[in-house]
Design a protein around this ligand. Structure first.
Ligand code: PBG
Length: 315
């Protein structure tokens, strides 16, 4: 076995490769700030003001990154998340800013209510219950408003049943047949999202997300979620988080052979950063090894906060 492990031969027999084209970079756009602001729990990651978003995307594109997923921190929140579908909402404006400067950037938008509601849940709430079907039309409207602004892909992340179908129907009815859907199909109720909630100010006022996000003890259930999303019209399916869920990524890829994305989430990023700061791990090597492992598990695309630094690392 050792004959093929020489430096000169290893690349010839390499089974997985990581390319900068596999990466989607998250961008937190904050309507309430005028200068970029570091997120304390995510060292090296920033909230970007609306005026700086095109420049930030430009910097990443120079490094070869072509795709971006936008999260908004809006100027107002209410019970039903009106700022999520406001034509002049933060994400809608950010998409227009980016497309005006970089028409070739692939813009993905996160479609969810948690950043836009006062209670911080991903759906409409009544009597402490997160309502499923009442939430669907709002997700449809939000996706259409993103498409109108120029989004290439919409990515529903709220784990409401039927969200993909509702969004597909709404997009088609408004003439956006060519806007793709990347569904957060198998999204687990995970403590790995902690730093994101600080980044996006999307913590919840009561309860938790276990009535809609998946139980991490399960993996066959993920296949049912993915199957439903494919039937409802998803173009790309996603497993989230990634690192503790490599088995799920592999199952999904083997069973459906669909374009499969994995979300290397905030907590996974922050753990690497914290250990790197302490001098306990080689941060860049570890990030690379983690991302390669996600590809080896079967992911085609990876959403990752390491995108910029890995682009440099890959040279
Ligand atoms: C919104 C959303 C979340 C993440 C992406 N979209 C948070 C949540 O469900 O609580 C998490 C991303 C991350 O942790 O990096 N629904």
């Amino acid at each position: 076995m050792r004959r093929l492990r020489k430096d000169s031969l290893r690349p010839l027999v390499r089974e997985s490769r990581l390319s900068v084209e596999d990466l989607i970079m998250p961008v937190f756009v904050d309507e309430n700030i005028s200068a970029k602001k570091e997120i304390p729990s995510m060292p090296g990651y920033y909230r970007i003001p609306l005026g700086g978003v095109a420049e930030e995307v430009g910097r990443a594109m120079e490094k070869g990154i072509k795709a971006f997923i936008l999260f908004g921190i809006p100027s107002y929140k209410d019970e039903v998340g009106s700022s999520a579908f406001d034509k002049n909402g933060v994400v809608q404006k950010a998409v227009r800013e980016i497309k005006a400067e970089h028409s070739d950037a692939v813009v993905v938008t996160d479609v969810c209510l948690c950043e836009y509601t006062t209670h911080g849940h991903c759906g409409v709430v009544r009597d402490g219950i997160i309502l499923n079907d009442e939430t669907l039309p709002i997700l449809g409207k939000t996706a259409v408003s993103h498409a109108e602004a120029g989004a290439d892909i919409v990515a529903p992340s709220g784990m409401m049943d039927g969200m993909v179908k509702a969004i597909r129907n709404a997009l088609d009815a408004e003439g956006f047949q060519d806007v793709a859907i990347m569904s957060y199909s198998a999204k687990y109720a995970s403590s790995f999202y902690g730093p994101f909630r600080e980044a996006a100010e999307s913590g919840y006022a009561f309860g938790d997300r276990r009535s809609y996000q998946m139980d991490f003890h399960n993996s066959s259930e993920a296949l049912r979620e993915v199957e439903l999303d494919i039937r409802e019209g998803a173009d790309i399916v996603m497993v989230k988080p990634a690192l503790s869920y490599l088995d799920v990524i592999r199952k999904v890829k083997d069973k459906f052979g669909y374009p499969t994305a994995a979300y290397n989430v905030s907590g996974e990023y922050s753990m690497v950063k914290a250990a790197g700061k302490m001098g306990w791990l080689d941060e860049k090597q570890i990030a690379y090894e983690i991302l390669v492992s996600i590809k080896r598990a079967g992911a085609d695309l990876i959403i990752t906060y390491h995108a910029m630094e890995i682009a440099d690392f890959l040279g």
